[in-house]
Ligand binder design. Structure first.
Ligand code: ARG
Length: 465
């Protein structure tokens, strides 16, 4: 029965197409390190529980280390006939150390083995992603701090609404990403639970001690039901869902940068290293990186749907369907990690064009609400104030000037509650400074938000340099 490790009950070899079709080694060899790590812990536990002798365990562990070295050196001969990473590693182990290698799989199944490998691998990837996220957030704090009083139009419906500090806008991005960081850290605790010991589905007849393997592998908990442990991939779906939300945020930021880089906005530039030119139009500098990240979000959402759909019809316990969990998950991790790597360098290095942001803010009657609020403070009911300011805006549009450029008498024709101090409230600086409460855009509030942001990041204990 060729190389196969389960050939005992079969009367003919697997069709060569079927062998290739059912094999996962082409992609799951990515788990090799974690598979070996899991096997070392499993063997150690078998020894401590008296299921294998210490001598057998030592031989197995030495053999596993040699397998790891061969893989690291690129000398390992991956075989499709051996289906997956698990059987490739085990088979090579037996080649190296002889029959005792065949004892490693005592009290274990590939079903709990693969579930363990995915979790060990994903836990590491999440740590890497969280580190990138925190670096990105830290870069945004630095950017926001430099621009607490850089003024830009704030938008609703993509129409100029009220003046805001560019630093305040950047801090909105910070908040979005901080929830993503929290979501991933939270998901990590459910990823970090150990299926090993569940064996194929029902547990094992050997007197194993799962607390030993859990401790050796750094799991913070042990999956409590063997059927559930080998079958559910909800932890991967949860990760992909957090990844999708994060990509949705990166995509929104990308969209803003792309818009802001257009000649029509002219609000920001990003360094040339994130852009490419056109092969025909010599003047072009295209925001390729943000455009691509916006596109890549679609891909991650797709992987989320793939995993949800993969899971939804599966009866307990393990089904081969689950072999299809790996490529979507790998793609999701790689796409997200790549996008974050680009953003860590790009986003904090945005170069705002203060003059054009200011000019745009002056154009859209952004201080109209400030004028209405001014009238309210002088006793005019808000709805009436709204009407008065609407009339003033209409006059401004007709004359082609901003509210602050209208004459006092022109303004007073709409309401006698308007005094000559009104212009203090119509300036962009006055408008910003007036929103002086927690969460508001006043420059000193943005500065405080940055300081609080630094404290919040400190708790993650990540070197942001
Ligand atoms: N390659 C398989 C997977 O990715 C490993 C588990 C196989 N288990 C089995 N009973 N065929 O899910």
């Amino acid at each position: 029965q060729g190389q196969q490790m389960w050939g005992g009950r079969f009367s003919e070899a697997t069709d060569s197409f079927v062998a290739a079709f059912t094999a996962s080694v082409g992609f799951d060899q990515r788990f090799a390190k974690h598979d070996i790590q899991g096997s070392v812990a499993h063997a150690t536990m078998l020894g401590r529980c008296g299921i294998l002798t210490q001598e057998e365990v030592d031989t197995i562990i030495q053999g596993l280390h040699q397998v790891q070295q061969e893989i690291d050196a690129g000398e390992f001969n991956w075989s499709i006939a051996l289906e997956d990473v698990h059987m490739n590693v085990e088979s090579r182990l037996t080649d190296i150390i002889g029959t005792v290698g065949k004892k490693l799989h005592t009290g274990r199944s590939r079903n709990d083995q693969v579930a363990t490998d995915i979790r060990l691998w994903l836990r590491e990837e999440v740590d890497n992603i969280v580190e990138l996220l925190v670096k990105l957030q830290s870069g945004l704090l630095n950017l926001a701090e430099q621009h607490t009083d850089t003024i830009m139009p704030g938008f609703t419906h993509l129409q100029t609404a009220q003046p805001v500090s560019f630093g305040h806008h950047v801090m909105a991005w910070f908040e979005m990403l901080n929830r993503d960081t929290e979501r991933l850290i939270d998901a990590r605790s459910r990823i970090n639970q150990m299926p090993l010991g569940s064996a194929a589905l029902a547990g094992t007849t050997f007197p194993i001690d799962r607390t030993i393997t859990a401790e050796l592998l750094g799991f913070e908990g042990i999956c409590q039901n063997s059927l559930d442990a080998v079958s559910d991939r909800d932890f991967a779906i949860e990760f992909t869902s957090a990844a999708s939300i994060l990509m949705m945020h990166l995509s929104r930021m990308s969209e803003e940068i792309i818009l802001w880089m257009s000649a029509q906005f002219g609000f920001v530039q990003i360094p040339d290293r994130f852009c490419t030119g056109s092969s025909i139009m010599p003047q072009k500098k295209n925001p390729d990186v943000p455009e691509l990240v916006r596109g890549k979000a679609a891909r991650v959402f797709g992987q989320l749907i793939t995993l949800l759909t993969l899971m939804k019809n599966q009866p307990l316990a393990y089904n081969k369907d689950n072999q299809e969990d790996k490529e979507p998950l790998f793609d999701c991790v790689d796409t997200l990690t790549g996008s974050l790597l680009a953003f860590v360098d790009m986003l904090p290095n945005i170069i705002p064009n203060k003059e054009s942001m200011r000019a745009a803010t002056m154009k859209g009657y952004a201080t109209a609400t400030d004028l209405a609020d001014y009238l309210v403070r002088r006793g005019v009911p808000f709805r009436d104030a709204h009407e008065v300011v609407g009339n003033a805006v209409a006059l401004g549009i007709k004359e082609g000037v901003d509210l602050s450029e209208l004459k006092l008498e022109q303004l007073q024709q709409f309401s006698d509650a308007i005094g000559d101090d009104v212009f203090d409230y119509l300036t962009l600086e006055g408008s910003l400074a007036a929103r002086d409460h927690l969460g508001g855009t006043a420059p000193n509030q943005v500065l405080q938000a940055v300081a609080r942001g630094r404290e919040r990041l400190a708790q993650y204990n990540i070197d942001v340099k």
